[in-house]
Design a protein around this ligand. Sequence first.
Ligand code: HXC
Length: 527
Amino acid sequence: MPANKASQIVPVEEQKLKVEKFERLAQQLHKAKLGGGDIRIKKQHLAGKLTARERIALFLDSDTFVESDSFMAARQNSDSATPGDGVITGYGKVEGRLVFLYAQDFTVAGGSLGEVTAKKICKIMDDAMNMGAPLIGLNDSGGARIQEGVNSLAGYGEIFYRNVQASGVIPQIAAILGPCAGGAVYSPALMDFILMSENNSYMFVTGPDVVKAVTHEDISKEDLGGARTHAAISGQASITGSDEEDSLFKLRQLLSYLPANNMEDPPSTITQAPPTEYNEELDDLIPLNPNKPYDMKKVIEHIVDYDSFFELQPQFAKNIIIGFARLEGRVVGIIANQPLHLAGCLDIHASIKGARFVRFCDSFNIPLVTLEDVPGFLPGRSQEAGGIIRTGAKLLYAYCEATVPKVTVITRKAYGGAYIVMNSKHIRSDRCFAYPNAEIAVMGPEGAVNIINRHDIAEASDPVAKKAELVQDYRDNFATPYRAAEMGYIEEIIYPRETRKKLIQSLDMLKNKRCKNRAKKHGNIPL
Ligand code: HXC
């Protein structure tokens, strides 16, 4: 018998031992896969929720998930010693691109966070940072695990610290897919985007019971922290999905616009059926009457690649529109005033919404396209008392700080401080275009003549007619794009129909833009 064949014969005892060991592994793996067990899985389904494993399977490309640490368990003296300890961690692919993720398992102590859960999440966060790949959190958690006391608080601290270290280095996205309370909402809050599933996801610092005990207020989970509340009122949710499946699909879509890390450019795609270079419909979209509203989303859709606009926070601060789109396959971040709401004025919420988006795009090398039709900052007591000076300054700061390619199109009004803020030449827009009907001035005609022609109007025999004449005069002389173009503040006055072509040309020219701010530890954005 050849020597190598003899060495393959395994003694019966050894073979038996091996089978036992393999069986034990299979049993342990099975146990770990069950999480909190069949009864709790059924309870999760009855509550209309998927399990953490079902979510991972839906979210990732099929058969790409590689799990880590499925045997890590809480210390034996703890109440819970389930393998995996309430969170599933690992990596996988989305459209063939690497992502790291954790999915909280509500069937184990309500997905609450203990010492080991935190350790598992931190390991995956470190991997994501070291490998330069996005971090995704699928959240469904009752917050700090009460039984583990300060150790669970320590765990949150470790996670928050890493969220901040990862900020601006890798994209971080949280999906909220169940009730998330306490510490479970602060890690998502430190991430770049939050997705919420409608009807069964909630985010609050403390739930309705504690609210009732402390403030005697009766409030439902939905009103306190449901998807609708966070999408429309607090602005916390960037996107909502009609159910978990839709939320996870949108999460995959969002990732398609983002680079894996801050050293990469966003992925460009060959897009289908882009609109023609010249779009005649744009010439008629913007009314000549400056007081007539129009839908800026239609303008966006006529400019960007077919079906490529991915709007964020659509229900919050509707007077400003933000989102990703593609121009000849190249990803851009769009910020646009929306004349349909508050005439497109900048207010507190719009400024914050815009500022955070500008900063995200700048962190991740996504060029900014600004479509501007802004009569000014929203005046009034509530805005002043609420800090419009500070919040407006956030948007100004964000644009001034951004070094990515920045292109502006003034579609109609560009007045006063808001003109400067919305990526004007003076704060380093790379290319600035205006339509022929653009109005660029210190303020709108009505306000201006009320100040500078006050006496002429008062002394006129027909004050109404005099005012109308002065308003027209101001409009003809000041509220045009030509003064700004004479000064070089606008590179080109263009026909609306050629907007797409002009943007594509500019972004192509700007693709190798290199521009750095002065070296510093960090700036002091007016928070
Ligand atoms: C331990 C918890 C838990 C927690 C839930 N469970 N939250 N176990 N620690 N924080 C357990 C429950 O005991 C229950 O176990 C199981 O999870 C499911 O919970 P239910 O209450 O049955 O589910 P549901 O009715 O859907 O309500 C979910 C919930 C609620 C809204 C999340 O459980 C809840 O209000 N939990 C407490 C939330 C909270 O106040 N967390 C703040 C912690 S302080 P059994 O065995 O019965 O199935 C915090 C501070 C960090 O996080 C601060 C950092 C900045």
